[in-house]
Design a protein around this ligand. Sequence first.
Ligand SMILES: [Zn+2]
Length: 278
Amino acid sequence: MKKLLVVLVIMFFWAISAHALTVSFPEEVGQGEPFWLEIVSEKQPAGVTVIWMGKEVDYPVDLPGTQRILLGAGLDQKGSFPLAISFDLPQGPLSKHFQVSIVEKQYPIQHLTLPDSMVTPPQEVIDRIVREREKTVAALNVLSRHRYFSEEFLRPVPGSVSSPFGVRRFLNNQPRSPHRGVDLRGAEGTPVQAVSSGRVILTGDFYYGGQTVIVDHGLGLQTVYMHLSDKKVSEGQLVHKGDLVGLVGMTGRATGPHLHLGVYILGEAVDPMFLFSD
Ligand SMILES: [Zn+2]
């Protein structure tokens, strides 16, 4: 995650019965940006619990020495937010409370013209849209304690960005929620690879997203692949990084073939491009 090199890093150090712990995280992050919380421990704690954005996560302590936890700043959040970390140490529990500032980012504005039926959906599909949104939100909030992902993420298609993350969209001059993913260029039929290993938790053919695949990478990280011409995985299937999940298409609300890639951390959309080093 090359772009995540931070200027401001807070370091804390405890010496409790010769047990040194160092915690690092950026003091300031932009709206919609992922960040790493790094914990270096002389001895392995029995457990680490983090509370961020009101979500409490027990992280498995399977890495000796350094523990790296992926967190994210919401696109709609601004200000100072508490970050609480609890350690289950041999000497007993230890809790520390910090603050992380989420600073405003200026995302571009984009005007799009689409058929009216896709901007203002007909009454008969409203129930369908609501049902699909509920299923999607539930999938994006799945919190499995197993970590499937590794720290090197794979770009799912080679194509460049046609519409960046966070763009404030106006469809036929009507304001819409910001773009919670990136659009990557790709010809119809281009293979779409899994960004990292995980389990497919939702597939569907949705009104807006078209042929959609959602992969759970564990510990609150999910990736979303939309507008596919074809899905190549089914719900419950385990995928490895680089496995084929589908083919680029233009199903659902799309004006041309492309991959909409979404990355969610603890239910919040973050800019997927921060995950890729190229
Ligand atoms: Zn998109």
